[in-house]
Design a protein around this ligand. Structure first.
Ligand code: ZN
Ligand code: MN
Length: 444
C-alpha cells in the first residue's frame, strides 16, 4: 500500500463547493452599464453606481433575479418570496465601495439538492451578488479594470456532502451543463465566467462530527484542477493530522503547473464582514404565483432530456452522450420532428460512437453517413453461391455440426461469409442459400 493509500484508509475526505456563475444579462446588476466585459477596453463600461461613487443609487436587475430563480429551481431549491440585498464589507482594490452587494440573510433560493445516481448532494443556498473589478498586474504595477465591477454573479453553495473527488467532478459537469441549458450564462471556465472553489477538510474515519476547520481553494478554472486540488489537500491535511498537528483554516490557491496548493491568506470568519441589509435597496418581494410564472418558462434540463431519450428507447450511454453534447442533441431533436420514421436509437448510438474530430461535420452530413451505414446491399445469387460454396468447403467441421443437428453452426458459417464480404449486406438470402446447400448434402 502506498503512503497516500494508507491515508485514505485512515481518513475521510469532506468537501463542500462554492461555485460562482456570471450571468449573461445585457446590463449589470445594479446599473445600466453593459455586463459584457471580455476584451473590452479597460474602464469603459462604468458609471457612478458600479464605481461606487457617493450618492449613486443601485437598482436591482429584474432579469438577473429571474435567471437566478431558474438556477435555484433547477437545483431543487425553495425559492424565497422575500429576498434581500446585504452589504459584505471588506477592503480590496477591486472593490471600490469597500463592500460587495450580496444576499446574506434572504437569498433567492435555499435547501436544494442534486441527485447523481443514487447519491444526493444538498444545495445550501443560491444567491445573487455583484462581481468585483479585476486587477491586472504589469511588472511592478497593479492596475484596476472596473468593467467587471457590478456584473451579476450567482453563487451556488453546497453542503459538505462530497466524500469522493469523482463525485465532485460529476456534480460540477452537471451544474455547468444545467447553466448552459438554462441559457443564463456562458459558463466559460477559461474566461472566468464560472469559478470553482472547493472547501476541503479531513477527519478520521468513523468520526461523525464535522472538522472544526476548512481550507478553501480559490478560483479554480477547470474540473480536473478541482480534483487535483482536492487530492493534494487531502494528502496534505491527513498527513498533518497523522502527525498530530492541527490544520490551519485558510484560503489557498491552486498552481496548475505543480498540482499543489499554496497558502494565500488566513480566512476571515463570517462576522468580520459586518453583513448588514443594504439601506439603498428595498427588499425584493415576489408572490408565489409570480415565482411559478417565472419558473414555468424555464427550458428543458439535462436530466429531463435524458429521461425523454430513455423513454424513446435510446441506450443509456448514448442518451447521456447526447445530453452532454447540447448542439448535437438540439439537431437530433429537430430531426425527431422532421423525420419521425428514422431509426433514432441507431442514430444516437452512431453519433455517440463517431470520433470527436468527425463530430464537427455539419449535422446533415453525419445523418447521411448514418443512413448510408444502414443501407444494406443485396448480393446477387451468383456472388452468394460462389462465396457460400467456398465457406462450406473450407469449414468441414461446422458443416458436420450442422448436419448433426447443431443449428448454431449456421451462424458460424454466416460469420465466415461476412468476413469475406466485409460490408453491410442483407443476410436473409445468404442464410436461405446456406440452408438449402447443407440440407441438400444431408439428403444426398
Ligand atoms: Zn455602471
Ligand atoms: Mn461570492
Amino acid at each position: 500500500m502506498s503512503f497516500v493509500e494508507s491515508l485514505y484508509q485512515e481518513y475521510e475526505l469532506i468537501v463542500g463547493l462554492e461555485v460562482h456563475v456570471e450571468l449573461r444579462t445585457k446590463s449589470k446588476m445594479f446599473c445600466e452599464c453593459p455586463a459584457y466585459h471580455f476584451g473590452v477596453a479597460p474602464n469603459t463600461n462604468v458609471c457612478p453606481v458600479c464605481l461606487g461613487l457617493p450618492g449613486a443609487l443601485p437598482v436591482p436587475n429584474r432579469k438577473a433575479l429571474e435567471w437566478t430563480m431558474l438556477i435555484a429551481d433547477a437545483l431543487n431549491c425553495k425559492i424565497n418570496t422575500y429576498q434581500q440585498f446585504d452589504r459584505k464589507h471588506y477592503f480590496y482594490p477591486d472593490l471600490p465601495k469597500g463592500y460587495q452587494i450580496t444576499q446574506f440573510y434572504f437569498p433567492v433560493g435555499e435547501h436544494g439538492f442534486v441527485k447523481l445516481g443514487d447519491k444526493k448532494f444538498r444545495i445550501r443556498r443560491v444567491h445573487l451578488e455583484e462581481d468585483t473589478g479585476k486587477l491586472i498586474h504589469e511588472g511592478d504595477k497593479s492596475l484596476v479594470d472596473f468593467n467587471r465591477s457590478g456584473v451579476p454573479l450567482v453563487e451556488i453553495v453546497t453542503e459538505p456532502d462530497f466524500r469522493d473527488p469523482a463525485d465532485v467532478k460529476e456534480f460540477l459537469k452537471l451544474l455547468h451543463l444545467t447553466v448552459k441549458y438554462l441559457g443564463v450564462s456562458d459558463a466559460d471556465l477559461e474566461k472566468g465566467s464560472m469559478r470553482l472553489e472547493p472547501n476541503i477538510s479531513v477527519r478520521k474515519k468513523g468520526e461523525t462530527k464535522m472538522p472544526s476547520y476548512k481550507v478553501e481553494v480559490k478560483n479554480i478554472n477547470s474540473f480536473n484542477f478541482v480534483v487535483k486540488a482536492i487530492e493534494y489537500e487531502f494528502a496534505r491535511q491527513a498527513k498533518l493530522l497523522r502527525e498530530g498537528k492541527p490544520v490551519a483554516q485558510e484560503t489557498r490557491g491552486f498552481d496548475p503547473a505543480t498540482g499543489k496548493t499554496l497558502p494565500q491568506r488566513r480566512k476571515e470568519v463570517a462576522t468580520d464582514y459586518r453583513y448588514l441589509p443594504d439601506p439603498d435597496i428595498p427588499p425584493v418581494k415576489f408572490s408565489r404565483q409570480e415565482i411559478d410564472q417565472i419558473i414555468s418558462k424555464r427550458p428543458e434540463l439535462p436530466q429531463e432530456r435524458f429521461n425523454r431519450y430513455r423513454k424513446l428507447g435510446i441506450r443509456e450511454d448514448a442518451a447521456w452522450f447526447l445530453v452532454y453534447n447540447k448542439e448535437l442533441a438540439d439537431n437530433f431533436d429537430k430531426l425527431l420532428t422532421k423525420e419521425p420514421g428514422l431509426d433514432f436509437k441507431g442514430l444516437a448510438v452512431f453519433l455517440a460512437n463517431t470520433p470527436e474530430k468527425k463530430r464537427s461535420l455539419p449535422f446533415d452530413r453525419l445523418v447521411e453517413e448514418f443512413k448510408a451505414s444502414r443501407q444494406k446491399e443485396t448480393l446477387d445469387e451468383q456472388t452468394i453461391a460462389k462465396i457460400a460454396d467456398e465457406v462450406i468447403e473450407q469449414n468441414p467441421k461446422a458443416v458436420q455440426d450442422y448436419l448433426n443437428g447443431k443449428q448454431n453452426a449456421i451462424q458460424f458459417l454466416l460469420g465466415q461469409f461476412m468476413r469475406r464480404v466485409r460490408k453491410r449486406i442483407d443476410v436473409g438470402p445468404v442464410i436461405t442459400y446456406l440452408r438449402k446447400r447443407l440440407d441438400g448434402m444431408r439428403e444426398g
